[in-house]
Design a protein. Structure first.
Length: 521
RNA sequence: GGUCCAUUCGUCUAGUGGCUAGGACGUCAGGUUUUCAUCCUGGUAACAGGGGUUCGAUUCCCCUAUGGACUACCA
């Protein structure tokens, strides 16, 4: 028992080391719509693992389902990965020695492998119509059971196992539609390992004879991905947890083919922020955050992170930490740091609830590290959208004043709108609280002071005004709040002296005049 | 229903057979500030439940509960 266990572990370790020699991983989405952040995370973990181990990251398009194919989805997926900074080594655009990388273009390959299984006796032809199977399923359901196409019922259905050879060959020759099914063995325990979940045992009695080859001449996922993974020399299959249930089948198939399976790692799911279940587009719509990297422009549109103002770096940073952590207290990672630190063993086992608030915080952190020049350049577009413009040096100064209080470039406008337009109305609450009987007189006095100032810089004004306040024994808070009210229109914004210095003397005096006349009535 | 997987603060998570169970987001309070925000400081808050094993379990085992995935000629 112990010896068997030891031998088993040795074989496993040996295989593990073999696979580590040439790491080749793939991200294999099907082009059925926009790429979900769950998918992005799967791609990211594959990418990080590949780069960490000097391996190859492959993008394979799994378009074997012609009915679900969506125009534009492939381009969208590629563009999404590009935006994220996930670089594909081999794929539909990049090419490579193991192409083609689109399954629809590999159609001819799959049939041969299906035939190998048939010759082995590990697969067979089945002629049952979808309608017949459907009715068997609903019948079983009515009886409180589940219909499974397996050893128990195989003999009673129409296939090359129940029919005489002459009979099924005749059906084939006549061109009757058929599928190829895997002949699952009965009552056998299969043992396999998952890097994240450890050792798992499943009895084949609970498995069914999965369709490998469809009547439309296309393989199903089970056949296609397995053949491709083998032919493309994939060393590690890192994919979503939804595949864990069909891993026993895949292990059996590797055995039938006589191939060494790759190593597997099944990633936990991303769950919705509230309640239960996995994250979906609906949650994003409902709670006002995106679940896709990019805006999806086809058919039913969906907003994306890029278009919502997120930078790719914090988006990736946030996603990397959702289900994985380095075991240290570091939270902010560049892509290179992620690559250096990543390991599959440190991916968690349980599903992670997505928290949009934390995503915002990551963006905030990254934005703080941008230079004023970068932000000013980006902000200029938002400014134009509001019908304003200014020179880049002035915008740099402006951005510098509010940078630390925003999470997105688009937020800058909310913090700086009053720089571009004098207030027309004044916040009533603030007026009530801060505009006193003598405010008008005091501001008129202040106006005279500013009018005679030569140096209108922030520091110069601060010195002048503060000494004036002190000399006259005025109340600083009373003056400054009233001052802010006429300049900004409400009690918010950066340092007052920075504001008026940016506005300039003429505009400052104008706003005092306007405010005093409107508020002193 | 069946099979498989999972379960540490509200959320993301660290961690260990003996610790005051650590960090981050959020939240709350205080401080700084001429305002708001930022920022700083501090607080709040967790080992799903029940049995074992053990001198001792959050940690190891079993059961229960809860959640999830799969159960297509979809991936």
């Amino acid at each position: 028992m112990y010896v068997a266990g030891f031998v088993y572990i040795c074989i496993y370790i040996n295989r593990f080391n073999q696979n580590m020699e040439q790491v080749r991983v793939r991200f294999a989405p099907s082009p059925t719509g926009p790429l979900h952040i769950g998918g992005v995370r799967t791609a990211l973990y594959n990418y990080l693992f590949a780069k960490k181990n000097s391996g190859t990251f492959i993008l394979r398009i799994e378009d074997t389902d012609q009915a679900r194919y969506v125009e534009g989805a492939e381009e969208y997926i590629i563009e999404s990965l590009e935006w994220c900074g996930i670089v594909v080594d081999e794929g539909v655009r990049e090419g490579g020695n193991y192409g083609p990388y689109r399954q629809s273009e590999r159609k001819a390959i799959y049939r041969q492998y299906a035939d190998i299984l048939i010759d082995n006796g590990d697969a067979y032809y089945a002629f049952d119509t979808p309608e017949k199977l459907e009715s068997l399923r609903s019948e079983a359901e009515k009886a409180g059971k589940t219909f499974i196409y397996n050893t128990e019922v195989r003999g009673e259905l129409i296939n090359s196992l129940s029919l005489g050879e002459a009979e099924w060959r005749q059906k084939l020759d006549r061109g009757e539609p058929y599928v190829i099914r895997y002949k699952m063995s009965y009552n056998e325990d299969i043992h396999f390992d998952d890097i994240i979940r450890g050792h798992i045992v499943v009895n084949t009695g609970t498995l069914d004879d999965k369709v490998l080859f469809k009547s439309d001449g296309m393989p199903t996922y089970h056949l296609a991905h397995l053949v491709d993974d083998h032919l493309m020399k994939i060393s590690h299959v890192i994919r979503g947890e939804e595949w864990l249930a069909s891993l026993p089948l895949h292990i059996m198939m590797y055995r039938s083919f006589g191939w060494n399976p790759p190593l597997f790692a099944h990633l936990p799911l991303l769950l919705k922020p509230d309640g239960k279940g996995k994250l979906s587009k609906r949650d994003g719509d409902k709670m006002g955050f995106p679940v896709f990297p990019l805006f999806w422009p086809y058919g039913e549109t969906a907003k994306g992170y890029r278009d919502d103002g997120y930078y790719p770096e914090p988006f990736i940073n946030m996603l990397a930490l959702l289900g994985w952590n380095p075991g240290t207290e570091q939270e902010i990672f560049s892509m290179d740091e992620l690559i250096n630190t990543f390991s599959i063993e440190r991916v968690g086992k349980s599903g992670s609830r997505f928290d949009p608030e934390k995503a915002k915080w990551f963006n905030h952190q990254y934005l703080q590290n941008k230079t004023n020049n970068q932000l000013a350049l980006e902000f200029r577009d938002f400014l134009r959208a509001h019908g304003y413009q200014d020179d880049i040096v002035r915008l740099e100064a402006l951005v510098g004043m509010v940078k630390e209080r925003v999470s997105f470039v688009k937020d800058i406008w909310e913090q700086t709108d009053f720089f571009f337009k004098a207030p027309d109305t004044y916040d009533q609450e603030a007026v009530k609280k801060r505009w006193k009987e003598d405010s008008g007189l005091l501001l008129t006095e202040l106006r005279a002071l500013l009018e005679n100032t030569i140096d209108f810089s922030s520091t110069a004004n601060e010195t002048v005004i503060k000494s004036w306040i002190e000399k006259n024994g005025y109340n600083t808070g009373a003056i400054m709040n009233a001052f802010r009210l006429v300049i900004v229109g409400s009690l918010r914004g950066p340092h007052m002296f920075d504001i008026i210095s940016w506005l300039g003397k003429a505009e400052t005096l104008k706003r005092i005049d306007k405010g005093v006349s409107l508020l002193s009535k």
